[in-house]
Design a protein around this ligand. Structure first.
Ligand code: FE
Length: 354
């Protein structure tokens, strides 16, 4: 089984990718991170089968709708939520298959009325959403939350799993990634040890937390499964050329696409001067700006025109792409495979010096 824990630094949300036999699930995807998730699915050779949300989040918008547009994936959410857009309504005890593996749905209301925990078939992992956080739990003061329900959910449905079952939450604000049933049973200050329901409700009813900043936007958007209201879907990919986003975060252009679309682009070759005229040659019209000089000579480039960075294998030019984007260039891509692939594909080269 393939398992990846992904992080959104803006909302401190963990998204989980589970894959088996070419089929994948994503738990708690984040709208803005959809390009990242698509790149990873593509690189790992996985077809997204469904997106699952543990609940209607108040702090970020789900990527479920956006991923469905691209992958045709099912949108799965608790039936009790009555959201607009799920293609699969989940109830306690249901099974969600992917490849030869499956998750089992456990209803764990309390943080919200529609909270679900997803338990892996062999009970080695569970995805608890905000029902149980690492040494904490989600708040219970809005979205039909209830401390009494949350106490029962966590004790009966999560801490009743085997001791060594790993628990993966929807968030952690300190960057801690995982815990276990035994650990939380012992050390969770709200729900573990000798804490009883009276202690817990007393604690939760006096948290007096401010509402999450994004709540007024995120909850209505999540009740539409992340479908933008009215307006069209924001461009998934830049429209100035056919580009592919790598999981590393760099946009790439294939050699043939550059040949077809590149007439108006600035081609920046970031190799050293001797390499520019060696046996690989260089792209016709390329401008030589070695990577080591890129930042000091950045004003030689036109910020309005698309830039394609080139080097021998595509590694240094990927670095150049990152630097150019950070410097405020809006249309930047890396030539996939560099001059090596360009040459293998038999595309035209020049060998004149600068
Ligand atoms: Fe939440």
């Amino acid at each position: 089984m393939i398992f990846r824990q992904l992080f959104d630094p803006v909302s401190s949300t963990y998204t989980y990718l589970l894959g088996d036999s070419g089929e994948a699930l994503l738990i708690d995807s984040v709208y803005e991170q959809v390009p990242r998730d698509l790149a990873l699915l593509e690189e790992l050779g996985l077809r997204l089968f469904a997106t699952l949300d543990t609940h209607v989040h108040a702090d970020h918008v789900t990527g479920a709708w956006r991923l469905r547009q691209r992958c045709g994936s099912d949108i799965a959410l608790a039936a009790v939520v009555e959201a607009d857009g799920p293609t699969r309504l989940l109830r306690h005890g249901e099974r969600i298959d992917f490849g030869t593996r499956h998750l089992t749905v456990r209803a764990t209301p309390g943080h919200t009325n529609g909270c679900l925990t997803y338990v892996l078939d062999d009970q080695s992992m569970a995805f608890t959403g905000d029902s149980l956080l690492i040494r904490g739990c989600g708040r219970t003061d809005f979205q039909q939350g209830s401390p009494e329900q949350l106490f029962a959910s966590v004790r009966e449905q999560i801490l009743s799993l085997p001791d060594n079952c790993l628990l993966y939450p929807a968030h952690d604000y300190r960057g801690i990634t995982v815990t276990s049933v035994a650990e939380e049973r012992r050390f969770n200050p709200r729900l573990g040890g000798d804490v009883d329901i009276g202690d817990f409700t007393g604690y939760m009813n006096n948290l007096n937390l401010p509402h999450p900043k994004l709540m007024a936007v995120a909850v209505p958007a999540n009740l539409r499964c992340g479908k933008p209201e009215g307006g069209p879907d924001p461009a998934e990919t830049p429209d100035w050329a056919p580009l592919t986003l790598r999981f590393s975060g760099v946009w790439e252009i294939e050699p043939m696409a550059l040949l077809e679309h590149g007439a108006a682009f600035q081609i920046v070759d970031v190799r050293e001067a001797p390499e520019f005229i060696d046996r690989l040659g260089h792209l016709p019209g390329a401008r030589l700006v070695p990577l080591s000089q890129l930042m000091s000579r950045i004003d030689e480039l036109d910020r309005e025109r698309p830039v394609v960075a080139v080097c021998r294998s595509g590694v240094r030019s990927a670095q150049a792409s990152v630097l150019l984007s950070k410097a405020g260039f809006g249309k930047v891509a890396n030539l996939a495979g560099g001059m090596l692939r360009w040459k293998i594909e038999g595309l035209p080269v020049a060998s004149d010096s600068v």
